[in-house]
Design a protein around this ligand. Structure first.
Ligand code: B12
Ligand code: SF4
Length: 496
């Protein structure tokens, strides 16, 4: 494993680097729940920008998604800035738009170097590098690799020595060796959240705070759930920052952005319990008051740890209970039991922390009865929040292979199609009807949220902890969800 060493990449010509989040509308991935979903700064790109800036390059970032910039306006921005290098972070839902952005940049100047990184590139390097508009792809962690690319940009032969990239040389694709993960996580510069206009971003409905910022204290997950790609990006190694580094990042975000709440985006925050005890102690000693939430599993917590987390400001834990049927949990390779999920939720509530869980509907082999079991589990549990998206099997995951065998894909007109990465399509498990599953999703939301104690608890929590602007948006969003989801014709392609 390697470390980020500033001196190694600080020499050489300083470049103009443009980072782009391509145009996309939030409804495209949240569907009818768009107004209660999150709009977060891209953390992966923030880390890469942090590293590139630390080395002294000139960076501009345009987030077309939140600044409502369309492709024509983006073209003008690219012309004005005239970058040496243009970069984007690709996930499955925006890869086409990333490629369109790269093509626009190439049309303006064939000299510009186009670099793509991100989960979709790491999982599907062959497909992405094959695109004519892409010069270089970064596979895996990008901080060191991007700095090395900028250092050796003029010497094509030196590019061959950079681990973790594939690039084009005289029309041929050169596939370099993979890169080791960064060993000393604290050597990575702070993510450049200051590059984003933080007033334009907001978390999901259940997240409290007037100014909430995302933060990462660890990378990686040791589990192998069949629907998840986390391990394909950071392998199964769990690496974490020291408690001191996390606290200094928190202090910096409070001082610079006046943050009063944090959302730890780590895949499994409590995977290493000892480090969480230490981090919580440091947060308490530090004496700054703020709230925070995190993601973890019901089998990675214990009562004393939860009490310590509560004392350090944790108000919400997000779990992935996924299903109320044991056979389906086993099929997902969750390595969890229904009892463990029940126990974990109860333990969390007992410590005075709110509990949230995601549940997936329409899993391979799931019958209508199993779907109702999941809804019953959620309703009978003491969860404060739950969401019930319909499974979207992503290529690259094991569940995608299950989906091909145990169901079929259809397009927006309801016609069966052969799955590909580009067209909009949705998956339907054998023996089920998509409309019926979507209706169950609505029933689940109604049964879960339209209960007096949940409405009261949501209202009190939100009134006390959210700024007025978000409150108003959520109020209208919530009401319109229950009205439109009930009467609107089902739209293909929405998970909610
Ligand atoms: C937080 C999160 C979100 C948040 C915030 C997303 C955001 N704006 O950042 C929310 C909830 C909004 C979200 C939404 C979605 N997400 Co999401 N999300 C995550 C999560 C849990 C953490 C992401 C993160 O911050 N990682 C930490 C950073 C440091 O890692 P990173 O982003 O991979 O970046 C590193 C490298 O990839 C690389 N890199 C990244 N970008 C670039 C760019 C350049 C130029 C270079 C050189 C390198 C580089 O360097 C970075 C630093 O080392 C991941 C799971 C995971 N563990 O990665 C899923 C994940 C990224 N999401 C995923 C998906 C599918 C989605 C959705 C499509 C889900 C949906 N249908 O609604 C949407 C799509 C959003 C969109 N804009 O299109 C998938 C992506 C799979 C794929 N093949 O693309 C993941 C991997 C989860 C999974 N299912 O397994 N997501
Ligand atoms: S535990 Fe969470 S992050 Fe880890 S593989 Fe399963 S779903 Fe992904």
């Amino acid at each position: 494993m390697s470390n980020f060493n500033l001196e190694n990449y600080s020499s050489g010509e300083k470049r103009k680097v443009l980072f782009v989040v391509p145009p996309q509308h939030i409804e495209e991935y949240y569907g009818r729940l768009a107004s209660v979903g999150a709009r977060l700064p891209w953390m992966g790109m923030a880390y890469v920008i942090g590293a590139v800036q630390a080395v002294g390059h000139e960076v501009k970032l345009v987030d077309c998604e939140v600044e409502s910039v369309d492709f024509n306006e983006l073209k003008e921005i690219i012309k004005d800035f005239s970058p040496d290098v243009i970069c984007a972070s690709a996930v499955i839902t925006n890869v086409d738009r990333c490629l369109r952005t790269m093509q626009i940049a190439k049309d303006i100047s064939s000299d510009v170097i186009t670099v793509l990184g991100g989960p979709q590139v790491t999982i599907f390097p062959e497909q992405v590098i094959a695109e004519k508009s892409v010069d270089i792809i970064v596979i895996g962690e990008g901080e060191i690799t991007m700095c090395e690319i900028l250092l050796h940009l003029d010497e094509i032969n030196r590019l061959e020595q950079i681990q973790g990239i594939w690039f084009k040389k005289n029309g041929n694709i050169v596939k370099n060796q993979g890169k080791e993960l960064i060993e000393d996580m604290d050597s990575i510069p702070f993510p450049a959240l200051g590059m984003y206009n933080m007033d334009n971003y907001y978390p999901a409905a259940y997240i409290w705070g007037k100014k909430v910022l995302p933060i990462l204290s660890a990378r990686g997950c040791a589990f192998e759930c069949r629907f998840c790609e986390a391990r394909l990006i950071f392998q199964r190694k769990f690496r974490f920052h020291s408690a001191d580094r996390v606290v200094s990042e928190i202090n910096n975000l409070i001082d610079v952005h006046r943050a009063d709440s944090f959302q730890f985006m780590d895949d499994i925050f409590t995977l290493n319990k000892n480090r969480v005890y230490e981090l919580c102690s440091k947060i308490i000693e530090n004496g700054r008051k703020f709230k925070w939430s995190c993601f973890t599993r019901t089998d990675c917590i214990e009562p004393e740890l939860l009490l310590k987390m509560k004392e350090a400001g944790c108000y919400l834990i997000c779990f992935g209970c996924e299903s109320g049927d044991q056979k389906l949990l086993d099929l997902l390779n969750k390595k969890l039991t229904i009892e463990k999920n029940c126990e974990g939720i109860k333990m969390t509530k007992k410590a005075g922390i709110r509990a949230f869980s995601t549940f997936m509907l329409g899993l391979p082999t799931e019958t209508e009865e199993m779907t109702m079991k999941t809804i019953d589990f959620a309703v009978k549990s003491s969860l404060d929040y739950a969401i019930f998206p319909i499974l979207e099997p992503y290529p690259g995951t094991e569940i995608y292979e299950d989906a091909l065998k145990m169901g079929y894909f259809i397009n927006e007109d309801g016609k069966k199609v052969v799955p590909n990465c580009k067209d909009k399509k949705i998956w339907v498990p054998d023996g089920r009807d998509r409309k019926e599953i979507e209706k169950k999703g609505y029933i689940a939301m109604k049964k879960f949220y339209l209960r007096p104690h949940i409405i009261c608890s949501l209202a009190i929590g939100m009134l006390r902890n959210l700024p007025l602007k978000r409150l108003v948006r959520l109020f209208y969003g919530g009401i319109s969800y229950f009205i439109t989801a009930r009467f609107e014709k089902v739209k293909y392609g929405t998970r909610y």
